[in-house]
Write a protein that binds this ligand. Structure first.
Ligand code: F6P
Length: 373
C-alpha cells in the first residue's frame, strides 16, 4: 500500500483531527502517503484533495476542534442535489465521477470519518469496488455496533458543565431551568449528562414523556424544600401521544435525514411554567457541544480509532467500520451498520438508541430522576 486518503463528512465532532493525525502518523511509520479530500464527499466529487504531511499540516492538531480538511453536511453523491440555472432542483447519481477521481489519483483506501449517513455512502462505494474503511464519528453516539463514538464524551462533558452552571443560578432564583441538548433520535447525551450533572429530570426520545409526571417531580422537590429543578431535554424528546419538535424540513434528497430538530426544550419549559406556576427558563446548548477541544478520553479514543483503521487497511480488510466495544478496538461489516429510513421522528432501523434496560436508565431511576414516565 502506497497511497491512502481521508475524508471527514457530516456534522463535525471533537476528535476528528486526532483521528486524522493518527492515520497520517501510522501511514508515515509504514511508508504510506496520506491525503485528505476537502469538505468530505464534496471533495471526492470535485477531485479536491491535499497531501497530509505528518511534519506539516497534520502536525499539532491533536487538541484542535473542527477538521483541518473541512466537512460537508447532507451531501449524498449517490443522489446529489443540483440546483439548475432556472432554479429547479434535480437529484443526480454522481458516484461514478467520484470513483474515477479515486482511481486516477491511485488511492488504495478511503477512510470515511462520519456518522451513519457517511457510512452508508462508504458502503455503497465499496459495492462499486472502492476500498473504504469507516470510522464512527458523532457526538450523538448512535452508530450501530460501536459502544462509543468519538466526540460523544466531549459533548457530554460540555453539557455537564452547563448543568453545573445552571444549578447555581436555578437555586439562586428558585427557578426551573430546562436544558435542550443534541442527540437526534438517541438520548445518550441527555441521559449521561443528566447523571453527570445531577439533573432532576431527563427526557429522552426513547421514553415519550408525560408532562404531568415531570410536574409531579418538580412539586415533590418543592415540598421537600428544593425550590428549583433542573430538567434535561433531548432535542428528539417527544410527549406521549405527541410529535417530536421540528424546526425545518430540508429538501436535500432521499437517503439523508432532512429533519432539523428544535424546540423540544422550549415546549417542555412552557408547559412546566403553565402547570406549576414556577418561573421556568430554557437554554438551548446547541453547537458548543460540537466545537472546541476534545477531552482526554476522546483524544485517546480517536487516536485508537485512527491507528486501528490504518492497521485494517494494511491487512487488506475493507468495507468495515472500526468499532470500540468493552474497551477493545474491533471492526464490523459496513452492511451491518448502515440503514437510514429517515422517517419523521423515527430513528433509522440501524441507529443505536438507548435500550430501556440499559444500566444508565436503571441508575437514573434508582437516583429518583424522573424520565417522564
Ligand atoms: O448529528 C450531530 C448533530 O450535532 C445532532 O446532534 C444535531 O441534531 C445535528 O447534528 C445538527 O446538525 P446541523 O449541522 O445540520 O445543524
Amino acid at each position: 500500500m502506497k497511497k491512502i486518503a481521508i475524508l471527514t463528512n457530516g456534522g463535525d465532532a471533537p476528535g476528528l483531527n486526532a483521528v486524522i493525525r493518527a492515520i497520517v502518523k501510522t501511514a508515515e511509520t509504514n511508508g504510506i502517503e496520506a491525503y485528505g479530500f476537502i469538505e468530505g464527499y464534496k471533495g471526492l466529487l470535485n477531485n479536491d484533495y491535499v497531501r497530509l504531511d505528518p511534519n506539516g499540516n497534520a502536525s499539532g492538531i491533536l487538541d484542535k476542534g473542527g477538521t483541518i480538511i473541512g466537512t460537508s453536511n447532507n451531501t449524498n453523491v449517490f443522489n446529489y442535489k443540483v440546483v439548475k440555472e432556472d432554479g429547479t432542483v434535480e437529484y443526480q447519481d454522481l458516484s461514478d465521477k467520484c470513483v474515477e477521481n479515486i482511481r486516477n489519483a491511485g488511492f488504495e483506501c478511503i477512510f470515511t470519518l462520519g456518522g451513519d449517513g457517511t457510512q452508508k455512502s462508504s458502503r455503497d462505494f465499496c459495492l462499486k469496488g472502492v476500498n473504504c474503511i469507516g470510522v464512527p464519528k458523532t457526538i450523538d453516539n448512535d452508530v450501530a455496533h460501536t459502544e462509543t463514538t468519538f466526540g460523544y464524551n466531549t459533548a457530554v462533558s460540555v453539557a455537564m458543565e452547563a448543568l453545573d452552571r445552571l444549578h447555581t443560578t436555578a437555586s439562586a432564583h428558585h427557578r426551573v431551568l430546562t436544558l435542550e441538548v443534541m442527540g437526534r433520535y438517541a438520548g445518550w447525551i441527555a441521559l449521561e449528562s443528566a447523571i453527570a450533572g445531577g439533573a432532576d429530570v431527563a427526557l429522552i426520545p426513547e421514553i415519550p414523556y408525560d408532562i404531568n409526571k415531570v410536574v409531579e417531580k418538580i412539586e415533590r422537590r418543592k415540598q421537600n424544600g428544593k425550590a428549583f429543578s433542573i430538567v434535561v431535554v433531548s432535542e428528539g424528546a417527544k410527549p406521549k401521544d405527541g410529535e417530536i419538535s421540528i424546526k425545518k424540513v430540508l429538501d436535500d434528497g432521499a437517503g439523508l435525514d432532512n429533519i432539523r430538530l428544535g424546540g423540544a426544550g422550549e415546549l417542555v419549559a412552557d408547559q412546566i411554567e403553565k402547570l406549576t406556576g414556577m418561573t421556568t427558563r430554557n437554554t438551548v446548548l446547541g453547537y458548543v457541544q460540537r466545537g472546541g477541544t476534545p477531552t482526554s478520553f476522546d483524544r485517546v479514543l480517536s487516536t485508537r480509532y485512527g491507528v486501528k483503521a490504518m492497521e485494517l487497511a494494511m491487512q487488506g480488510i475493507f468495507k468495515v467500520l472500526v468499532t470500540y466495544k468493552g474497551g477493545e478496538m474491533g471492526y464490523v461489516d459496513l452492511d451491518d451498520v448502515v440503514g437510514r429510513d429517515a422517517k419523521v421522528g423515527a430513528a433509522s432501523s440501524k441507529n443505536r438508541t438507548v435500550p430501556l434496560d440499559h444500566d444508565l436508565v436503571k441508575v437514573a431511576r434508582e437516583l429518583g430522576m424522573c424520565l417522564g414516565d
